[in-house]
Design a protein around this ligand. Structure first.
Ligand code: NAP
Length: 281
């Protein structure tokens, strides 16, 4: 099977590359922005037509949520137009497309686990542009897998690494304790994406690890596993005003996985322990 991974230098792109490299009969074409800028329609059509992948996995995105509020055009270009270009180019050669999306398509204002059948209502530019990315992909290519994830960490910059770094220079740290979500390892997300593609299980899927916590809970767990004695103090979102509104309750249920091939993700605590013990030390 010939696969194109765009945004291959990002957290998810790296993990997918690693896992696919362990699978036989997979030929990978890996592109970062310098090899293929997904916002460049002509370049995308030409590249896809020349290489003829059977599956395109789009890991490229504008993930800086606050910057998207200021850089609206760039956010739409990368998160909506890029996926549109890839979905169309894939359709023209009969290829499938995987588009990765986010919990930010919801408003996060209700205290319930959200399934794929719940109403979307993004409150940020990032969320709006990612939702439009989902929509164009599903309209333009019927052979699509749209996978929403949240609070992602892996090989790259992420919250887990930031907290460990901050602990090196701080005796106490204030961390937000009124936003809930599910920390998700790229390992679990990549496993699910590989399984969806293998089973040709097309459609819209939620994919996070299991359980829920606040950023404060997550920090406490990171420090417990790493034996870090920096004191963690809970605080409110209002104490850290940010340009993009953060969802209060953003817990996704992997309902479509449960209803189809099964949910193979681990609890967020198991996945985090594995990440910190095996990948970080
Ligand atoms: N990170 C999270 O917490 C989170 C949560 C929910 C959903 N997601 C979604 O999960 C997916 C993977 O996220 P991630 O954390 O792996 O992202 P990431 O680490 O930020 O990687 C994104 C990659 O896309 C590249 N890129 C940006 N613009 C591009 C363009 N025009 N053409 C080609 N490549 C481009 C970036 O390159 P540069 O670094 O050079 O810009 C980067 O390597 C994304 O769709 C994201 O929206 C992430």
């Amino acid at each position: 099977m010939k696969l194109l991974i765009t945004g291959a230098d990002g957290q998810l792109g790296r993990e997918l590359t690693k896992q696919y490299n362990e699978i036989k009969d997979v030929e990978l074409i890996l592109t970062g922005i310098s090899e293929l800028d997904i916002t460049d329609m002509e370049a995308v059509y030409e590249f896809v037509n020349n290489h003829k992948p059977e599956v395109i996995i789009n890991c490229a995105a504008h993930t800086a949520v606050d910057k998207c509020e200021i850089d609206v055009d760039m956010a739409y270009k990368i998160n909506t137009i890029g996926p549109k270009n890839l979905a169309t180019a894939a359709y023209a050669i009969g290829a499938e497309i995987v588009q990765v999306s986010t919990d930010y398509v919801f408003d996060g204002e209700r205290d319930i686990e959200l399934t794929e059948f719940d109403e979307v209502n993004p409150k940020t530019v990032y969320g709006k542009t990612k939702l439009e990315g989902e929509r164009v992909v599903s309209k333009l290519n019927p052979k699509h897998y749209i996978v929403r994830t949240a609070w992602l960490y892996g090989d790259g910059n992420n919250f887990v690494k930031t907290m460990i770094k901050l602990s090196e220079t701080n005796k106490t740290l204030k961390v937000v304790n009124d936003q809930k979500g599910t920390p998700t390892s790229t390992v679990d997300l990549a496993r699910v994406i590989i399984s969806l593609v293998k089973n040709k299980n097309y459609g819209l899927f939620h994919c996070t690890c299991k359980g829920e916590c606040t950023w404060y809970d997550l920090t406490k767990e990171i420090f417990k596993i790493k034996g870090i004695d920096t004191k963690v103090i809970p605080c409110t979102t209002d104490e850290f005003p940010r340009p993009a509104k953060r969802p209060e309750y953003s817990v996704l249920r992997n309902y479509m996985l449960e209803l189809t091939t099964g949910d193979i993700t681990r609890t967020w605590q198991e996945a985090l322990k594995d990440y910190l013990e095996n990948k970080e030390s």
